[in-house]
Every structure is written in structure tokens, then in C-alpha cells.
Design a protein around this ligand. Structure first.
Ligand code: IMP
Length: 205
């Protein structure tokens, strides 16, 4: 069995602080290639998102899971900010309705015939050490537009109404590889990955 010291020497296993299978699939894809093994947090471990920003929530989720499991942990906090709704639903994106369909309908209802459809997805990823201290964090943003009706069947959450003009596709019409490349989560991981190798480098010195 590995000791906490051994985990610090070789933090190749990360406990993921999410119960969202869509997010887990995407996070796994970014880290698998680098040989990082992801492990789901214990299902009974519920963490309340009491922060007021994506960064606060990502850090509090990563710290809480690390402390509860005594292992390195990773969390992302993400959401959709709609310009004409003053950034709503923002950190409340997952609490905007009970199901993805309800959340999409509520957002489309609130936006109505508004002509300014501009929006952005934001993602903050945080990694915590077994003692709960935050070791790394990174942010990614993807700008786009909210369509008037859903398009596409892939992905999860608000993907079918989030249109990326440069690609002429919604997130739900993109292949997983395309979404990995253009999404807020993809950009956050792109910023995080060089820091991850630095973390390993520092520890193997
Ligand atoms: P949280 O980070 O667990 O608070 O959840 C963020 C919520 O934002 C998710 O439940 C989704 O509704 C939405 N969201 C975050 N990232 C994405 C994405 O890549 N596609 C679609 N919806 C997303």
C-alpha cells in the first residue's frame, strides 16, 4: 500500500470530484494520454458549491475530496455565461433546472427574442494535494452564441444550444475530439497540462 509520502512523490492517480458522467468522460480523455489514472470520488461524498466564483468552487471541491480521501484530487467548476442575461446562469448553471432539457428550456425562455445571443462557457480546473492545499489551477473560456433551438445529440448539458461560429457547429454537433480542442474545458486543460509536468519534474528532483 502506498503511503501519503509515496503519493506526493508520484501523484499519478487523481480522485475526480465530480458526479457528472459527461464531465468525467471529457476529463479522462485529457489525462489518459499522459498516463494519469482517474478515480471517481466516493458517491456518498457530497460537496456543497458555496463559492461565489468558478475558481472558488473548483478549489473547494478539489480540497474537500483530497482531504476526505487522503489522495491527490482534481475538480472542475464550469458553466455558461450569457451576455444579455448579465452572465447568468454562470455558477448556477447546474442548478438552473432539474434536467438538461429543463435547463435549456429555461435559458431559451429567459433569452426570448433577444438579438444579442453572445455567451461564453467558462471552466476552472483545480488540483489539490492530499492535505487539501491547492497545487495547480487553470482557466479556459470559449466564446459562442446561444441558438433559438437545440441542434445536435452529442455532449451533455447546454451543448445543443451553444454554437461556435468559427466552426459553424454547436458543441453537440462536434466530435469529442473537436469539443476537446475548442471547448472551455479543453482550453483549461491545455493550460494545466504543462503545469502538471512541472509538478512531476519538481517532485522527481
Ligand atoms: P458544475 O461545474 O458541476 O457546477 O456544473 C456546471 C454545469 O454547467 C453543468 O451541469 C452543465 O449544465 C454546464 N456545463 C459545464 N460545462 C459544460 C459543457 O461542456 N457543455 C454543456 N454544459 C456544460
Amino acid at each position: 500500500m502506498s503511503t501519503p509520502e509515496a503519493e506526493i512523490q508520484n501523484p499519478k492517480r487523481l480522485v475526480v470530484a465530480t458526479g457528472n458522467p459527461g464531465k468525467l468522460r471529457e476529463m479522462q480523455a485529457y489525462l489518459d494520454d499522459l498516463g494519469w489514472e482517474l478515480q471517481l470520488k466516493p458517491p456518498e461524498l457530497e460537496i456543497e458549491e458555496t463559492g461565489e466564483t468558478f475558481t472558488e468552487n473548483a478549489c473547494l471541491k478539489a480540497s474537500a475530496v483530497a482531504l476526505a480521501t487522503g489522495q491527490w484530487a482534481i475538480a472542475d467548476d464550469s458553466g455558461l455565461e450569457v451576455d444579455a442575461l448579465d452572465g447568468a446562469p454562470g455558477i448556477y448553471s447546474s442548478r438552473y433546472g432539474k434536467t438538461d432539457t429543463e435547463r435549456i428550456e429555461r435559458l431559451l425562455g429567459e433569452l426570448g427574442n433577444e438579438l444579442n445571443r453572445e455567451a461564453q462557457f467558462v471552466c476552472v480546473v483545480a488540483i489539490a494535494r492530499p492535505d487539501g492545499a491547492i497545487a495547480l489551477q487553470a482557466e479556459g473560456i470559449c466564446r459562442g452564441e446561444i441558438l433559438r433551438a437545440p441542434r445536435g445529440t452529442k455532449g451533455f448539458g447546454y451543448d445543443p444550444i451553444f454554437y461556435v461560429p468559427d466552426q459553424r457547429l454547436t458543441f453537440a454537433e462536434m466530435t469529442p475530439e473537436m469539443k476537446r480542442r475548442y471547448s472551455h474545458r479543453g482550453k483549461a486543460f491545455e493550460a494545466l497540462i504543462p503545469q502538471l509536468s512541472q509538478l512531476k519534474g519538481v517532485q522527481s528532483d
